[in-house]
Design a protein around this ligand. Structure first.
Ligand code: BES
Ligand code: MN
Ligand code: ZN
Length: 497
């Protein structure tokens, strides 16, 4: 895992030096210790705020270098808007924004976590710290010559807060979520010459350290299970395919697990139906769904979530080759249903069909949620702000939608209905693997639904959110780690005993 910033907690009042960060509400209002800290500087803040038209609005900040009268080398006043209205997600964004304001040279920084009119809860402090961590992430292991401007600050940050021990406890729980997002980002950013399917499986095995039971199925076992749809996708690759099963048994009872399934195409050339050259390099991220599942399992285990959870990922490489699958081929999936391959680039659904079926048969889960960079069409429909949500269950859909709003990892429900089935009827087999240009994300989801039976299920199409999505306050990484916070939240709010 990439090296990250150090975060400490200390009790207010603070007399910090170096880089000092204060929070200001609308109207440039401060808490009492921030006021006291600024007292030796006289009317500095008032004058600077007026000159910069800083009003304490959320997202704005005032940056003063070598402020006269103070020991601080730099004073950053971050606006929070209306302090009473701050939600956890606002604290995450604030932490990210503050991290983004620190100069690259910063070694230490002190944040006074205090508001004019409201106390900062331990949960808020932990979200703030998570925002710092996520913003500080960088994937630079292949940069052998680092220019100063490429260097992201990895300073030691002290958070001053009235109840520092409660804040520290809250952070201990949250830290694992940050690690989970980091694991997911690292996997997505890693190129496919390094992250082959066997290497991906080895990295998943590292979860044993946090108490996750990890089982790796190789091609021989997959053949025995009958996962011929999945194996067909990988058969043109010099690398063997894998399915990894991760289990976290955190509930007291042996209650049915919740199940998370991820698409792990380590590289998608399209296969014989090869993609165009422009932008193909992005297809190293076609395993963002699987990366999220690994990151999520790490998060659940490291915060000792009281839930039984299983994560299953199908890991393959989609390559053109003398041995590759052809358009027109017919494969028999593990479910027994046959599939005519029309386009070898519609490979994700073939992988997921087998893994969803296997998850359902083996674990009889309470629900299944799959994540996949499945279709370009979902970006046409929803852009990069929402993932596509397809589900056979209204309760699960509402819960996912709410968790999305709470974490900022938003989902938007799209339709499923038997009316679309005719688009994937095949002349020769039970179904074909593409449904044409219209409603491309829907027919893909409709295909997946044929492998979930009666289990409550939701499919998240994350082609627009898992990679190459716009930068945010707390994410500058190409691979975003999208979904770890969303699904951790879903579990925490509804499925822990
Ligand atoms: N991995 C791609 C989808 C994708 C495209 C993800 C761009 C992220 C960015 C998927 O395997 C794919 O190729 N889908 C095809 C399906 C089509 C052949 C029916 C697509 O979306 O064009
Ligand atoms: Mn494809
Ligand atoms: Zn793909």
């Amino acid at each position: 895992m990439s090296e990250s910033i150090k975060i400490n907690f200390a009790k207010l009042p603070a007399a910090p030096e170096g880089i000092v960060i204060l929070l200001a509400g609308e109207g440039v209002t401060l808490g009492p210790s921030a006021e006291a800290l600024l007292a030796p500087a006289g009317d500095l803040l008032t004058r600077a705020a007026a000159a910069e038209r800083f009003e304490g609005k959320a997202g704005s900040a005032l940056d003063l270098v070598a402020p006269a009268g103070l020991k601080a080398s730099r004073l950053i006043v971050a606006g929070v808007g209306k302090p009473g209205e701050m939600k956890p997600f606002d604290w995450l964004k604030l932490g990210g924004a503050v991290m983004g304001r620190l100069p690259a040279s910063a070694r230490e920084a002190a944040v006074v976590l205090e508001l004019p009119s409201a106390t900062v809860s331990p949960e808020a402090a932990a979200e703030f710290a998570l925002g710092l961590r996520l913003r500080a992430y960088s994937f630079d292991r292949y940069k052998t010559k680092k220019k100063p401007e490429d260097q992201t600050a990895k300073p030691k940050v002290t958070l001053y807060i009235s109840d520092d021990s409660a804040a520290k406890r809250a952070w201990r729980k949250k830290e694992g979520i940050g690690e989970g997002v980091t694991i997911a980002r690292d996997l997505v950013n890693e190129p496919a010459n390094v992250l082959t399917p066997p290497e991906f499986a080895r990295r998943a095995e590292a979860l044993e350290k946090v108490g996750v039971d990890v089982e790796v199925l190789g091609e021989k076992e997959l053949r025995k299970l009958g996962m011929r749809a999945l194996l067909g996708v990988g058969q043109g690759s010099a690398q063997e395919s894998r399915v990894v099963v991760m289990r976290w048994d955190g509930a007291k009872s042996d209650a049915a697990p919740v199940a998370f399934i991820g698409k792990g195409v380590v590289f998608d050339t399209g296969g014989i139906s090869i993609k165009q050259a422009a932008g193909m390099e992005d297809m190293k991220g076609d395993m963002a769904g699987a990366a999220c599942v690994v990151g999520l399992m790490h998060a659940l285990a490291s915060r000792k979530a009281k839930v039984n959870a299983v994560g299953l990922i199908g890991i393959v490489e989609n390559m053109p080759d003398g041995n590759a699958q052809r358009p027109g081929d017919i494969v028999t999936s593990m479910s027994g249903q046959t599939i005519e391959i029309i386009n070898t680039d519609a490979e994700g659904r073939l992988v997921l069909g087998d893994v969803l079926w296997y998850a359902k048969e083996r674990f009889k889960p309470q629900f299944m949620v799959d994540l996949a960079t499945l279709t370009g069409a979902i970006m046409v429909a929803l852009g990069t702000e929402n993932a596509g949500l397809f589900s056979n269950d209204d309760t699960l859909s509402v819960r996912l939608t709410e968790s999305g709003l709470a974490t900022g990892e938003k989902v938007w429900r799209m339709p499923l209905s038997p009316d679309y089935d005719k688009l994937i009827d095949s002349r020769f087999a039970d179904m074909k693997n593409t449904g044409g240009r219209f409603g491309g994300s829907i027919t893909a989801a409709q295909f997946l639904q044929r492998f979930v039976g009666e289990v409550p299920w939701a499919h998240l199409d994350i082609a627009g959110t898992g990679m190459s999505s716009p930068a945010s306050e707390f994410n500058r990484s190409w691979g975003s780690g999208w979904g770890v916070r969303l699904l951790d939240r879903l579990v925490a709010d509804h499925y822990e005993s």
